[in-house]
Design a binder for this molecule. Sequence first.
Ligand SMILES: Cc1cc2nc3c(=O)[nH]c(=O)nc-3n(C[C@H](O)[C@H](O)[C@H](O)COP(=O)(O)O)c2cc1C
Length: 130
Amino acid sequence: MRQFVYISTAAHDVSNDDVAKILESSQRNNPDRGITGFLIFNGRNFLQLVEGSEEALLSLMNQLARDSRHSGIVRLEDIPIGTRTCEDWAMTRLRLIDPVNERRADLDAVLPVSLAPSVRRTILNFAALN
Ligand SMILES: Cc1cc2nc3c(=O)[nH]c(=O)nc-3n(C[C@H](O)[C@H](O)[C@H](O)COP(=O)(O)O)c2cc1C
């Protein structure tokens, strides 16, 4: 199994409703594909962690590249994993709190404990961007 983390730029008109629809699709489709993970939206950018077989992830990434709700996908992490870190999350949204200086600690507390330290750092750095 592999784990990818990518960031992307949301289309300018993406709203919280759109994010809710993305979550609905993901939760409907991901169980059949054996994909788990989470999605963070900061109002301008997405960060998504996805984990599963390499084949399933590459096929999802191909599909995501054609989704007009975002663009400029950059993969930040691509690591082999023995066990899932988000096994109960078909796809869950992790929310960022205000003020921004409290975000890191807040997110750190909800990120899965078994996340690789380097992956955790990448995600926390994204969360601190304003
Ligand atoms: C940032 C972002 C993340 C997404 N993540 C997933 C995902 O994990 N799984 C998924 O099936 N679709 C995801 N989608 C949506 C897909 O691009 C696509 O719209 C959807 O899978 C279509 O399925 P549906 O016809 O069942 O709605 C994501 C879209 C965006 C913009």
